[in-house]
Design a protein around this ligand. Structure first.
Ligand code: HEC
Length: 195
């Protein structure tokens, strides 16, 4: 009888103390490390750190000019292709241009791509200075980033380098269209033809 009482008391004591209310732990355990790994758990608070403010992914170049009329006007002020792409052969952007732009703007950049011919999209300009007198490499970059009216943004499809390659090629097409026209804003080394 006394033994029974003793067993009861001991049993209840074990039962009462071995449980706890925290569902994420197995309660009191023998050789704890076998149940709970001392290493950090994935995404445990304090392990996966947020990148510091202002961090950008490798190869990504932030574009800070806003998508507004003022932003567009401001983008025109940029008449330079970044120095590291300035020496690039314009032809190196041809393939990208053919993939992403020519179905609208035409292979020659005359605004007569297949979608224009089939009247799927209207109002596509050619790149010639007669059609677009005020564009600059900066404004083309702006339009690639944000699109313009019927032209969608191409920012997610082209990385920084690809955008400049295309711009160089677009500029070449522009020059091809108006031989002898005023020198491109991007190429100030060409002398104005005498009037
Ligand atoms: C879906 C057809 C379409 C595609 C694809 C397209 N464009 Fe356009 N683009 C347009 C239309 C339409 C306009 C005229 C927008 C307006 O002024 O209303 C335009 C305008 C432009 C302009 C003149 C913007 C200005 O400042 O007035 C440039 C430069 C240009 N596109 C470059 C490109 C380049 C570079 C690509 C390829 C990355 C491209 N476009 C792809 C339809 C297209």
């Amino acid at each position: 009888m006394r033994i029974n009482t003793l067993l009861w008391v001991a049993g209840s004591a074990v039962a009462l103390t071995s449980c706890n209310w925290d569902k994420s732990t197995p309660g009191y355990t023998y050789m704890d490390d076998m149940y709970r790994s001392p290493s950090h758990q994935t995404y445990e608070p304090g392990t996966a750190k947020e990148p510091v403010e202002g961090t950008v992914p490798r190869g990504y170049v932030p574009y800070t000019i806003p998508n507004s009329n003022e932003g567009y006007a401001a983008s025109r002020a940029n008449t330079e292709v970044p120095a590291m792409y300035a020496a690039l052969d314009a032809e190196s952007g041809k393939q990208l241009y053919t993939q992403f732009c020519s179905h609208c703007h035409g292979e020659k950049g005359d605004g007569n791509g297949i979608l224009m011919q089939r009247e799927k999209i209207l109002g596509i300009p050619g790149y010639g200075a007669d059609k677009l007198p005020d564009i600059t490499p900066g404004s083309i970059y702006h339009v690639i980033m944000y699109g313009k009216n019927n032209m969608g943004s191409h920012a997610s499809q082209l990385n920084y380098e690809e955008r400049w390659k295309i711009i160089k090629y677009v500029w070449k097409l522009r020059m091809d269209q108006v031989p002898g026209a005023a020198p491109a804003a991007a190429d100030t080394t060409v002398a104005q033809p005498a009037a």
